[in-house]
Design a protein around this ligand. Structure first.
Ligand code: XUL
Ligand code: MN
Length: 394
């Protein structure tokens, strides 16, 4: 990012204009004072295939990972957090998504004050790379206290632990200068149906959300829905459920949703429709764009690589409905293939960004007059073929 200082006749600075040339694929070479009150800025195009976007994009550190899966060990070396953050900035990302313990490792061993001071050190690192924090999400699936879930656990002590992590996530969000937390409800549900009452679990979840709303009067909660994995049956599987929980909460204006494409597909739903539903409620505050081959384990594939038309329609619905106008980010939640070597650790992010931006261009080209004509004539075959040609022709 460059800063241009605008001066008045007495050379007093009247304004500082920040310009994001680097994100448009330009490197600043020099600034020339034309001595007539104007300046010329020389730039060099460094990214040839750079595509402008109307959106700001975000990514989480877990999106660059070592490649371990349920059946095999890591295939790549761990990359340190600052190195990831620096690379994300160079790639043109605007914001970082954090789990609470991505931001403050070993937080269980720290006091509340220590958690906040660690988070402040991270904020300084983000500032150094001119990045924002999008949200903080309590990681309620790794700890021995969350074996049976967090907010819906059958253990009083474990439910208390889950709330402690949620409160600390709010503290960390405040220290990072963001006003959102994400609840991915990984283990809030059952692997043995009879182990929990679905009615009581739903009430426990709403009760926990109300406590978070009361803890901080400014915090906004985004529920990231997913129907299964790691559990069998989630208490909050779709955005419809999230919207109902929002409506039942003590402050519906501060409880919204985050839609991940793959999670919608795992529920047998079209992510573009889920996006549309939450947008209609004014409650889509985040997305995790990615892709998925059928209803199996969560694959976090690069955006659009399996279901191109669905990816196009996700982008179309987001663009048509002003997503991003209130500062929302297009988040990616993608994983590189396990087979990729160390040098390819960021390729899936590059690819997803490029595909998302290419789809933005396709949406910009969409012929709404032709669409209206097809609708008026109820010629949906023609409309469908038009979309196919739009996507398949260069
Ligand atoms: C898991 C998932 C998470 C959340 C953040 O399926 O999507 O990475 O996005 O906790
Ligand atoms: Mn996600």
């Amino acid at each position: 990012m460059a800063k241009i200082l605008v001066c008045d006749d007495d050379k007093e600075i009247v304004e500082a204009i920040e310009i994001y040339l680097s994100q448009e694929g330009h490197q600043i070479l020099k600034l020339l004072d034309n001595e007539d009150g104007t300046y010329t800025l020389f730039v060099k195009k460094i990214k040839e295939d750079f595509i402008m976007s109307k959106f700001k994009y975000s990514v989480g550190p877990w999106n660059v990972h070592e490649g371990a899966d349920a059946y095999g060990p890591a295939t790549r070396e761990t990359i340190d957090l600052e190195e990831k953050i620096k690379t994300f900035a160079e790639m043109g990302f605007d914001a970082i998504q954090f789990h609470d313990d991505d931001a403050v490792p070993n937080m269980n061993e720290l006091s509340e004050g220590e958690v906040v001071s660690e988070a402040k050190a991270l904020k300084a690192m983000l500032d150094k790379y001119n990045l924002k924090a999008e949200f903080v999400a309590p990681r309620l699936w790794m700890d021995p206290h969350t074996v049976d879930g967090g907010f819906t656990s059958n253990s009083d002590e474990d439910r208390e632990f889950a709330l402690w992590r949620a409160y600390r996530s709010i503290d960390i969000a405040n220290a990072l200068g963001c006003d959102k937390i994400v609840l991915w409800l990984a283990r809030e549900g059952t692997i043995c149906f009879e182990s929990k009452s679905p009615v009581e679990s739903t009430k426990k979840l709403i009760d926990a959300i109300n406590k978070m709303l009361a803890y901080d009067k400014n915090i906004k909660i985004m529920i990231e829905t997913k129907p299964n994995e790691p559990i069998d049956r989630s208490v909050c599987p779709t955005l419809g459920h999230a919207m109902a929980i929002s409506a039942t909460s003590d402050d519906p204006s501060r409880v919204g949703g985050l839609l991940e494409s793959a999670h919608a597909m795992l529920a047998g739903l079209d992510p573009a429709n889920e996006i549309g539903f939450a947008l209609a409620m004014g409650k889509l505050w985040g997305v995790h764009l990615n892709d998925q081959n059928g209803m199996k384990f969560d694959q976090d594939k690069s955006f659009g690589v399996e279901n191109l038309r669905t990816a196009f329609n996700q982008m179309k619905v987001l663009m048509e409905n002003g997503f991003g106008n209130n500062g929302e980010y297009i988040g990616l939640d993608v994983k590189v293939m396990r087979t990729e070597k160390q040098s390819g650790s960021y390729k899936h992010l590059e690819n997803s960004l490029k595909i998302a931006k290419m789809l933005e261009e396709k949406v910009n080209k969409f012929d709404y007059d032709f669409q209206k004509k097809c609708v008026a004539e109820r010629d949906y075959e023609a409309l469908e073929m038009y979309v196919m040609e739009l996507l398949m022709k260069g």
